[in-house]
Structures are given as structure tokens and as C-alpha cells.
Design a protein around this ligand. Sequence first.
Ligand code: UD1
Ligand code: UDP
Length: 370
Amino acid sequence: MKICFILGTRPEIIKLAPLIKECEKEQISYNIIHTGQHYDYLLDKIFFKELGLNPETENLKIGSGTHTESIGKIIQKLGKKLRTLKPDIILVEGDTNTVLAGAITAKKIFDINPKIKVGHIEAGLRSNYYEMPEEYNRIMTDHISDYLFAPTKQAVKNLKKENIPKDRIFLTGNTIVDAVYQNIKTAETKSRILTTLNIKKDNYILLTAHRQENVDNPKKLLGLIEGLKRLSKNHNLPIIYPIHPRTKKRIRDFHLFSRLQQIQNLIITEPVGYFDFLILQKNAALIITDSGGVQEESCILKVPCITIRDNTERPETIKIKSNILVGCNPKKMEKGAKKMLFKKRKWKNPFGDGKASQKIINILKEKNEV
Ligand code: UD1
Ligand code: UDP
């Protein structure tokens, strides 16, 4: 049985690493194909290095482009690879263009292997917000997958509501918990990020922002900047922002750098590696984000979060009150920060026990897929 992981972006590398490790532990042979959707060292190779994955992974080097260009290129290049590799099962994780293109390609090499299976890790997430490109990727991938590894009961419910056959759905937890638990101790030993940035535990705010529907929209981006300005005035705390290249580009396109520079206490850095980012999250007084993974990790690491979106596919975090939605609305950001900065960190992590990878591999073993 040949198992093939298809990945292409930062969060996929982080969330698939524990599964790849599990395969190694169980002596299950596997291939990894990287689509090359992310390619900067700080969005890609650094994670292979830190998480101990093979840096020589096959790379399709599709680079950046429009959604149709990216998906089209992946299908074309991956199709060729899969026809030679002839895998029996492919595994994809999350909601990126790489995920959708990976799942479609697998189902379109049926002349080579009509029985090929697709396993979708982190299946069943729904924001019900269709201006988010990832929402379509989630829905389409779930509906063509044979194994849907849902992280939470809510995700299982979402899949059942869409009439996906029950026997395809498995509640496993999210592999992000495995990733956090497996790496936090090493991060604590290796990371020097607090010293480098000259910041102290519980004495700074951590920010990430990269969602297309936020940062490609000048109105929303301006709302976010105004919100940060208010936070900087109200709280004498450094705001640390490891900036995503999409956002950097948009800020340049919209000529907004000078506005950012006017915000006192805002410290913009390049994206950081996983060890540094875990430490930045763990020690933050508050996290502000539009990232999916960061909403989960802040909850796991017991740090309050405000999400600069009006919806989330991680409603579990809202329910347990580790996270609130404030949009890119300056007033709501201001109010939200005041509330969440002093939040008691009492919630229980709803994303699993850190054994999601083990559960997924055991299911695949039981089904004779690996
Ligand atoms: C993608 C995913 C998103 C995920 C995010 C993780 C889709 C539709 N979006 O968004 O779900 O949350 O990755 O970070 O799949 N760029 C670089 N260097 C890189 C990669 C990108 O400079 O290594 C720049 C390019 O200008 C590119 C832009 O970032 O055009 C956007 O990259 P892309 O992969 O299309 O989308 P992300 O915003 O990264
Ligand atoms: N992350 C990182 N360095 C950074 C920012 C984020 O290592 O500078 C990690 C973070 O810990 C999380 C993942 O990247 O595991 C989230 O990726 P991203 O926000 O790009 O994508 P999303 O989760 O929104 O799809």
C-alpha cells in the first residue's frame, strides 16, 4: 500500500508533521509531495528543518498565482507525478488550494488506480462565509474524500448535515494539538525570541493577519490599522507582528506603510519559525489573529484571543470563551481587547488529546489502507 502526503503551505506542514512522524514510528513507508504553493524559507523549509521532516521532499514548484492558476498548475503537475507514483491513498490537510487540487487530482487518475482513496485531515470545518476562498475548498474536498477525519463533534455534525455517509466520518481530534504538545518543550529550550525582541512574558500582544478577505480589502485593512492604533494608545504594550508576505505586499500596494509606522509600540518582523512562534504565543498577554491555526493554538496554550473576522470555522473557541470575534472593526477591537486581556484562562481545549495522528493511522490500519 502506498501512502502519499500532499502539502504546500505553512499550516499544512505543521499539521501533517505529527502524522508523518507517526508513520515513521509505525514503519509505514510514505511519500511527500510538496506543491510549492509556499516557497519562502520562512514559510516553508524552516518547518521541515525544525519538525525533522525530509528537506529533499519532491517539490512541484508551482509558486504563486491566481486561484485558478494555482489549482490548475497543481492538477497538471501532480497528475503526472501521481501517475508514476501510483499511490493507493493520498492524505491532505486543511483548506488551501493545495488541498482541493490534491484531492481532485487523486480522483482523476482513476485509469491508473480506480480504487485510489483520499483522506481529508481536519474535515468538516465550516465558516458558512462564502467570500472566504477556503470555504469552497473545504466543501469540495470533503465531498470527494473517502475518509473524513473530523477534529471535533461540531465538524462531524457539519458533515452529517451535508449528507456525507456516516461510515466515512471519523472523530479524531486535530493534529495541531499533537504538534503543540510535541514541540513546546523543544521550543522552550531552543527559542530566544523574547530576548531578541526585548519583550517580557505577559507583557505584549501578538498579532497575525493574512486572510485574503481582510488584507486584500483596503477598507478592512484600514480598519485593522485603526484598531491597532487604538490598542497601542490604550495599552502600553508592544504589539509583535510577524508579517505574512501577502499582507506585506498589500500594504505596499495600498501605500499603507507610513500609517503602520505611526503606530507606537508596533514591532513588525519577518515570519518566524514554529519554535519561536509557539513561544511568542505561549507568553503573550493577548493574541489578535485571523489565522485558523492560531485560533486553535491560542486556545490550546491558554492565551486569550480576539479574531479579526466576523465568523469562524472554529466555533468551539467562541463557545468556551477563549476567543471572540471583532471583525476589522476598530471599536470592537478596542472593546474586545479590554475584555480579553483580563480573561481568566480556565477553558478546556476542545481539539483533542494530542493523539489525533495515532487515531488516524490506527483507522487507516484497521481499514487495510496502510
Ligand atoms: C494560503 C492559503 C490560506 C492559508 C495560508 C497559510 C489558499 C487559498 N490560501 O494563503 O488558506 O491560511 O496560505 O499561510 O490556499 N507569497 C510569498 N512567498 C511565499 C508564499 C506566498 O511571497 O512563500 C506571497 C505571494 O505574493 C502570493 C501571496 O503571498 O501571491 C499569497 O500566497 P498564496 O499561497 O496564494 O495565499 P496565502 O495568502 O499564503
Ligand atoms: N506560524 C509560525 N510562524 C509565524 C506565524 C504562524 O510558525 O510567523 C504558525 C502557527 O503556529 C500555526 C500556523 O503557522 O501553526 C498557522 O498558519 P497560518 O496562520 O499561515 O495559516 P492558517 O492556519 O490560517 O491556515
